[in-house]
Design a binder for this molecule. Structure first.
Ligand code: ADP
Ligand code: MG
Length: 333
């Protein structure tokens, strides 16, 4: 009897071990889906997701677009922008984004300013033809750019002086990436959540390694890579001057504006990458870095205790002290 049961138990054990290997290994289910939100292609890749999770994540994107887009009528941002100087009650999430935006605005010496909206509205970087406003138009709107005048009430309200407006384009995708990543917690073995320049990597690849994220070569084509980082459970956010731009009279005009001038930041940077578990922080800080330029960007990152790398318009690369260890980054090819 004993002789016969032993091999059976062994077989069962072997089968169990094999099943575990298969689960942890090559046959992990990987599903990818693409959507278009926040004016950006959103690509979500999930490993071994719980049933229904993908749909839930895209539903969240939909909800956030309706809450935070300045072009969606009735969104929180639309209501704030049309508040006529009166307090506007907003969703606690909108309030929290504006609170954090205010902190980063202050820390960056206003290089990051969500009240840039009246000036961004004058520009069209992707139209055919694109639009560059006159200096008179800019001068008229520039006094409306002042994040220090945005008031967050303890009662969950937001008040903006008449004529001022907010644009969350430099921070909202980061916040949404954080929320979508949080929804994945414990419900996937890994995920890569790509919101244009904001990539959130959750967990690990089926083989246990981290996810590779390429950092584009600003001087090259859409597909050329300057560096690759390997990360787990963190976000990699890149802001660049090559996404939305036009060239006029030899000047490169792009969608990140200097709040002091109302014109595209003319710093020495072509891109800035920030790696941090808060994609919202990384998003806003990466935008500020483009305005500040190489030295100001590295100083800001150090001061805030963040890791990142910058690429200048000349193609030089610089990074914070901890960036190496945080990302095992290597130059490419
Ligand atoms: P992307 O949205 O392409 O990922 P960014 O995160 O750098 O790039 O954000 C750029 C967007 O942020 C602009 O399209 C505009 O809506 C807004 N913006 C432009 N300049 C500033 C600025 N100085 N501070 C805050 N937001 C800005
Ligand atoms: Mg940003």
């Amino acid at each position: 009897m004993k002789r016969r049961t032993r091999p059976r138990a062994l077989t069962a054990l072997l089968a169990l071990a094999l099943a575990l290997c298969v689960c942890a290994g090559a046959s992990a289910e990987k599903v990818s889906n693409v959507g278009f939100y926040f004016d950006t292609v959103v690509t979500l890749t999930l490993y071994d997701p719980e049933p229904g999770l993908m749909e839930e994540l895209f539903a969240a994107c939909d909800r956030y677009e309706k809450l935070l887009s300045k072009t969606v009528e009735g969104s929180d941002v639309d209501r704030i922008n049309h508040g006529g100087g009166q307090p506007v009650k907003v969703d606690p999430e909108t309030w929290e984004i504006l609170r954090r935006a205010g902190e980063i605005s202050e820390a960056s010496g206003r290089a990051f300013s969500v009240t840039i909206a009246p000036v961004t509205a004058l520009w069209d970087f992707t139209g055919d033809p694109p639009r560059k406003p006159t200096s008179e138009e800019i001068a008229e709107k520039l006094p409306l750019v002042d994040d220090s005048r945005l008031v967050l009430g303890e009662d969950g309200t937001v008040t903006l002086p008449e004529g001022m407006e907010v644009d969350l384009g430099g921070i909202a995708k980061g916040y949404i990436a954080d929320q979508v990543a949080a929804l994945c917690e414990g419900r996937v073995t890994g995920a890569v959540l790509n919101f244009g320049g904001n990539v959130y990597c959750v967990g690990r690849k089926p083989d246990g390694s981290g996810f590779n994220v390429g950092i584009r070569d600003p001087q090259g084509s859409e597909f050329s890579t300057k560096a690759v980082v390997t990360v787990t459970d963190t976000s990699v956010v890149t802001s660049g001057i090559y996404e939305r731009y036009f060239i006029q009279d030899g000047v490169w005009y792009h969608h990140i504006l200097d709040p002091e001038t109302g014109v595209s930041a003319d710093s020495d940077l072509a891109s800035a990458t920030v790696v941090h578990p808060s994609s919202m922080t990384a998003d806003a800080v990466a935008t500020a870095c483009i305005v500040l330029g190489r030295d100001g960007a590295l100083e800001l990152l150090d001061r805030l205790g963040l890791d990142g790398m910058v690429i200048t318009r000349e193609g030089d690369i610089a990074w914070t002290e901890g960036f190496d260890t945080a990302t095992q980054f290597r130059l490419y090819p």
